[in-house]
Design a protein around this ligand. Structure first.
Ligand code: KIV
Length: 255
C-alpha cells in the first residue's frame, strides 16, 4: 500500500500499526500483513532503557530504521523524528531525508509544526502527524484534552495537520469522545493509542503487547502475550540442562 493512498481508505477498513526496532520483528510484522510499521522513538524506553524518549538521537533512530527496513519487504515503514531532529526547517528536511535514505517511506512528526511539515511534504516526503499526549515534550504521562481549552487546541491542531496534507495522524492518550470528534473532522485516517474505539486505526508498542515488561501498565494497554514469563521459563530450562549435563545431547552435537 502507498502511504498517499491511506486517505482514500479512511472509513473503509481499520488500520493496524505496530512498532519494530529490529530485523526479526520487522519480518514477523511484515509476514503478519499489518498496514504500517513504526520505528518509534519509544525505542528510548523499550530498547535503550531510558525513562522517556527525550534522549533518543537521529543516529539511534537510523540504526534501527535500517535494520527494520531490511526486514519489511512489503509493509511501509515510518521513521519517528526524534526530539532535536527538527529544531530548524533545514534540520528537519535533512533528517527526514536521512530516514528515507535508510528505508523509510514516510516520517512521523510529533506536535503541530506547520512550517516543518509543509517543507517535508513539498519535498515529497509523506508525513504522519501526532497530537494529544506528546511524549517528547510532556512532563508526565497523563491523558490530554479532558479540559475544554486543551481539547479545543488538540482539535484545531489536528485540523491544521489535516489541511497541510498529512497521510495519517496518531492521537495519543485523549478521551474517546474527542478522538471521535477529530476522526470525523479530518480527512486523514486517525490512528489511536489510548484514544478509544472511534479512531480509524490503532497502534501499540509491540514489546508492550507482547508483555516483555510487566511494570508498564497504562489503562489503554492490553497484553496479548506474556513473553516475560515465556522467556524466563526458557532461560531457566536452558540453565538447568547445562548444569545437569542434559544439554548438549547427541542430537545437538557434531560427530
Ligand atoms: O514512539 C512510538 O512508538 C510512538 C507510538 C506509540 C505512536 O510514537
Amino acid at each position: 500500500m502507498k502511504l498517499n493512498e491511506l486517505r482514500e481508505i479512511k472509513g473503509k477498513k481499520k488500520l493496524v500499526m505496530l512498532t519494530a526496532y529490529d530485523w526479526q520483528m520487522a519480518r514477523i510484522l511484515d509476514e503478519a500483513e499489518i498496514d504500517l510499521i513504526l520505528v518509534g522513538d519509544s525505542l528510548g524506553m523499550v530498547i535503550q532503557g531510558y525513562r522517556d524518549t527525550k534522549k533518543v538521537t537521529m543516529q539511534d533512530m537510523l540504526y534501527h530504521m535500517r535494520a527494520v527496513a531490511r526486514g519489511a519487504k512489503h509493509t511501509p515503514v515510518i521513521g519517528d523524528m526524534p526530539i532535536r531532529s527538527a529544531r530548524t526547517v533545514k534540520d528537519a528536511l535533512r533528517n527526514a531525508r536521512r530516514f528515507v535514505e535508510s528505508g523509510a517511506q514516510g516520517v512521523k512528526v510529533e506536535g503541530n509544526k506547520p512550517e516543518i511539515i509543509r517543507v517535508l511534504l513539498d519535498a515529497g516526503i509523506p508525513v504522519m502527524g501526532h497530537v494529544g499526549l506528546l511524549p517528547q515534550t510532556a512532563e508526565s504521562h497523563r491523558v490530554k484534552g479532558k479540559q475544554p481549552t486543551e481539547a479545543r487546541t488538540i482539535l484545531s491542531d489536528a485540523r491544521e495537520l489535516d489541511r497541510l496534507g498529512v497521510f495519517s495522524m496518531v492521537l495519543e492518550c485523549i478521551p474517546e469522545a474527542l478522538a471521535g470528534r477529530i476522526t470525523r473532522a479530518v480527512m486523514a485516517p486517525t490512528i489511536g493509542i489510548g484514544a478509544g474505539k472511534f479512531c480509524d486505526g490503532q497502534v501499540l508498542v509491540t514489546n508492550d503487547i507482547l508483555g516483555y515488561d510487566q511494570g508498564f501498565a497504562p489503562k489503554y494497554l492490553k497484553r496479548y502475550a506474556n513473553l516475560n514469563k515465556t522467556i524466563k521459563r526458557a532461560i531457566a530450562k536452558f540453565q538447568e540442562e547445562v548444569l545437569s549435563g542434559l544439554y548438549p545431547d547427541n542430537k545437538h552435537t557434531y560427530h
